[in-house]
Design a protein around this ligand. Structure first.
Ligand code: SF4
Length: 366
C-alpha cells in the first residue's frame, strides 16, 4: 500500500487535477482499489434538525437569514422526530445519519443538550452519527464524543484565499480550529467543500492542500457541486460541468487515498453515467433522501435503481473506522462550561453578498 503523504503542494495537486482525463481516472481508480471496495458505496442521510434563520452570510446558503429564499425554516426538531427519521433512513439503506443545524457555533444550553440526546439515540440504532452544528470548542467536542458521536462535519468550503469572497462573518482560521478541537477527541473528522462558486481551479487545489496536509487527514471529505438557489448571492452561478466534478473527486482520492470521499450536493444535475464515473474515480458515499438540508436531491428509488444498474452494494456502518469508544453510560466528565469563545468576525464587504441582502430588504418592504 502506498504511504499517505501530508506534504502536498498546490502545484502538485494542480498537476494531478489537470492530467489527461484517462490518466487521471486510471491513477485514481487504481489507488481507490488499494484502499476501498470499488463496488461498495455508503449511503448517508442528511437531516436538517434546525433549518433557516442563520446569522452567517455564506454566499451559497439559502439558510442565511439575510437573504430572501423560499425555504421553510423550523426550530430544533425533537429527539423523537429525529429518531423516526433515522429509522426510516436505516430501513432504506442508510448506515450514517448526519444532523445539520443552521447555527454559527454551538452554545451550551438546553438546545445543545437536546442534540446530545439525539446523538445518544441514533448511536443506539447502530448507525454512524455525524453532526454539523457550526464552530465547536474543545469542551463541546468532548461532550459530543462522550454522547457517542462518530463524526463531526465542518467544511473548509474552498481555499483560504477564496473563502474571503464567500463569507465575511467568520474566518478560515476558526474553521481549522474547530477541526483541531474535534481532533482532540475520538470523533472522526468530516471536512470538504463546494465547487462551482466562481472559484478558480487553483482555489480547488488550495482547499485540497489545506485538507490533505492535515495529519491525520480527514476520515471523510464531502465534495459538493453548488446548487444555485434563488435569492442567494450565488443564484446566477452556472452549474459545474460533470468533468470538473469527476476531476475533483479523482484528485481528492489521489491526495487522500484512505478517506471516504462523499459525492454530496448537486447530484440532481448529474446523470447516472456521470455519477458512475465519480464512483470509478473514487467517490464512495452518497447522500440519500429527496432533500439535502434544503436543496433537492435524487429520490431514494432512483438511487437504488442506479446501484442495481452499476452492481453497487451499500456499505454497512462502522466499516472504515470502528465506532469511537464512548463513556456515555457514566457520569459526564465534561460539564457545560457556558463558554463565550472569541470566534472571529472579519466583517469585510463582499459585493455579491451585500447585493443579495439589499435585494432581500427590498422584497421585505414590498
Ligand atoms: S452554511 Fe451554515 S453557517 Fe453558513 S449560512 Fe448556511 S447554515 Fe449558516
Amino acid at each position: 500500500m502506498s504511504e499517505t503523504r501530508h506534504n502536498w503542494t498546490k502545484e502538485e495537486i494542480l498537476d494531478i487535477y489537470n492530467k489527461p482525463l484517462m490518466d487521471l481516472l486510471y491513477e485514481a481508480a487504481t489507488l481507490h482499489r488499494e484502499y476501498h471496495d470499488p463496488n461498495t458505496v455508503q449511503v448517508s442521510t442528511l437531516l436538517s434538525i434546525k433549518t433557516g434563520g442563520c446569522p452567517e452570510d455564506c454566499g451559497y446558503c439559502p439558510q442565511a437569514a439575510r437573504y430572501h429564499t423560499d425555504i421553510d425554516g423550523n426550530d430544533l426538531m425533537s429527539v423523537q422526530q429525529v429518531k423516526a427519521q433515522a429509522l426510516r433512513a436505516k430501513a432504506s439503506g442508510s448506515s450514517r445519519v448526519c444532523m445539520g443545524a443552521a447555527w454559527r457555533n454551538v452554545k451550551d444550553g438546553p438546545e445543545f443538550d437536546q442534540v446530545l440526546e439525539m446523538v445518544r439515540t441514533i448511536n443506539k440504532l447502530d448507525m454512524e452519527v455525524c453532526c454539523t452544528l457550526g464552530m465547536v470548542t474543545e469542551n463541546q467536542a468532548k461532550r459530543l464524543a462522550e454522547a457517542g458521536l462518530y463524526a463531526y462535519n465542518h467544511n473548509l468550503d474552498t481555499s483560504e484565499e477564496y473563502y474571503k469572497e464567500v463569507i465575511s462573518t467568520r474566518g478560515y482560521e476558526d474553521r481549522l480550529q474547530t477541526i483541531q478541537n474535534v481532533r482532540k477527541t475520538n470523533v472522526t473528522v468530516c471536512s470538504g467543500g463546494i465547487i462551482g462558486m466562481g472559484e478558480t481551479v487553483a482555489d480547488r487545489a488550495g482547499m485540497l492542500v489545506a485538507l490533505a496536509t492535515l495529519d491525520p487527514q480527514p476520515e471523510s471529505v464531502p465534495i459538493n457541486a453548488l446548487v444555485a438557489v434563488d435569492g442567494t448571492p450565488m443564484e446566477d452561478q452556472q452549474p459545474v460541468e460533470i468533468w470538473e466534478m469527476i476531476r475533483m473527486v479523482a484528485t481528492t482520492r489521489i491526495v487522500m487515498p484512505k478517506t471516504q470521499v462523499r459525492l454530496s450536493a448537486g447530484r440532481t444535475q448529474m446523470s447516472s453515467e456521470g455519477q458512475a464515473m465519480c464512483f470509478f474515480a473514487g467517490a464512495n458515499s452518497i447522500f440519500a433522501g429527496d432533500k439535502l438540508l434544503t436543496t433537492p436531491n435524487p429520490d431514494v428509488n432512483e438511487d437504488m435503481k442506479m446501484f442495481n444498474q452499476l452492481g453497487l452494494k451499500t456499505q454497512k456502518a462502522f466499516v472504515k473506522a470502528p465506532q469511537p469508544e464512548t463513556i456515555e453510560a457514566q457520569d459526564s466528565n465534561f460539564a457545560a462550561l457556558g463558554e463565550k469563545p472569541k470566534w472571529t468576525r472579519p466583517g469585510h464587504k463582499i459585493e455579491r453578498n451585500e447585493n443579495a441582502k439589499l435585494k432581500s430588504n427590498l422584497v421585505a418592504e414590498d
